[in-house]
Write a protein that binds this ligand. Structure first.
Ligand code: SIN
Ligand code: CO
Length: 405
């Protein structure tokens, strides 16, 4: 993506450029966009969503609201999927919501919606969640740890929002419901309208008749979770690596002790220094961070849908000018840093044109013939073959799809 496109007004952002949006709204304040998508049509009807939420590998929740209940405790019920047909309340029952996470992993159009938000680092992207609600349905007033774009896909939803000073949560309810929610703004969203909310901003969406809302969520890692995860990955990486320097603790100056139970300060010092040395190894640290950020979620499975194409065939076809597209599978997570490429929890080093091709794949999620053409010079043939071998391996694992005309 070039710099120019970052300065151009976008319909998606209500006429703001990506640059303006990021500096004025991202992580700072809400933005309501009328008609962010023209003539927006939902990517699936309610029945397809109900079917999706029956699958083992799909995360889903069903929230039923009984508004007239006397206590907050009895007002909300929550069930986790997968569901069976009989679990869904009747369509003429008011105020229930089905929420389905990770729709982008199972639906190409869902995945395509995410690409409109490519001006935000993908390392922050979580998923596309679709909610279906009957009239008056919603999940109550709450706040999220996420930056979220709430895109109205079908029907009308009323959003009430407000800054969330001094939040208190209802006790004994299965959902996080704010006790003291006061809204300062109210909007009615129609299909194609979108509302951006920064993390911790309180909000309540209520369906005005049957509706579908899409949430494009951007996760913000929290220090403790992130550190814990990185510590454990660092320790796995340390166990797997051969240490170039592996010094032995020495204490030739240890004097006789009257307190044999006490840990010697010099041993504490040695352990701390060695620990810090490894913990501060930025090479290893950046590697495990990339591995962590591209680790597929536990319910994600890859399936190789294609018969593998021989590398020779692919190369010959590209040379002849055939249209070739290498797509990342919907489930694939691919990122890079200065030194490495990360894909689905694995890391590799690449330099030269291999690196620029793989970086392009991570950025665009697709490589086209034109991306390969400049590197087809005969002197590069062995290296090009190596890149194609890698892509063929990824194809076998179901991480990429290779289409040749
Ligand atoms: C919903 O779509 O019902 C809930 C989305 C949200 O409030 O984050
Ligand atoms: Co929310």
């Amino acid at each position: 993506m070039n710099q120019q496109s970052m300065d151009k007004p976008r319909q998606l952002l209500g006429g703001l450029s990506a640059k303006d949006f990021m500096s004025k709204h991202w992580q700072k304040k809400p933005l309501l966009v009328r008609n962010a998508f023209s003539d927006f049509k939902p990517i699936m009807g309610r029945q397809s969503l109900f079917e999706l939420a029956k699958r083992e590998d799909v995360e889903s929740r069903l929230v039923v609201n009984t508004p007239n209940a006397l206590k907050a405790r009895d007002q909300w019920s929550l069930a986790q999927g997968p569901f069976k047909s009989k679990d869904y309340p009747k369509l003429n029952q008011k105020a229930w919501t089905l929420l389905v996470q990770g729709v982008n992993l199972h639906n190409d159009q869902g995945n395509e919606i995410l690409s409109h938000f490519d001006f935000i680092p993908r390392a922050r992207l979580d998923d596309l969640m679709i909610s279906f609600a009957t009239d008056q349905g919603g999940v109550g007033p709450h706040f999220d740890r996420y930056d979220v774009f709430l895109l109205q896909a079908q029907g009308v939803r009323r959003w009430r929002i407000g800054r969330n000073k001094n939040p208190q949560l209802e006790q004994d309810v299965p959902l996080k419901i704010l006790k003291n929610f006061n809204h300062t703004e109210e909007f009615f969203l129609n299909p194609g309208d979108m509302l951006y909310l920064p993390p911790q901003y309180a909000h309540e969406g209520v369906a005005m008749g049957e509706c579908q809302t899409y949430s494009i969520g951007f996760r913000s890692p929290q220090a403790q979770d992130l550190t814990q995860e990185l510590f454990s990955l660092m320790s796995e990486a340390l166990a797997d690596s051969t240490w170039q320097r592996n010094p032995l603790y020495q204490d030739p100056k240890q004097s006789p002790t009257r307190s044999p139970g006490e840990i010697p300060v010099s041993l504490q010092y040695f352990a701390h220094q060695q620990f810090l040395k490894k913990a501060c190894d930025s090479e290893l640290f950046h590697e495990v961070l990339g591995v962590h950020l591209t680790e597929p979620k536990p319910n994600v499975y890859f399936e190789s849908e294609q018969a593998p194409l021989g590398v020779k065939t692919v190369l010959a076809r590209i040379k002849k000018g055939a249209t070739c597209e290498v797509h990342l599978a919907r489930q694939s997570l691919m990122l890079y840093d200065e030194k490495r490429i990360f894909i689905n929890g694995e890391s590799l080093k690449a330099t030269g044109f291999e690196r620029s091709l793989l970086r392009k794949l991570a950025d665009q999620r697709v490589l086209r013939s034109a991306d390969f053409q400049p590197h087809l010079h005969p002197t590069l043939a062995p290296r090009m073959r190596a890149v194609l071998e890698l892509l063929a391996e990824w194809q076998e694992q179901g991480w990429v799809l290779i289409d040749i005309d």
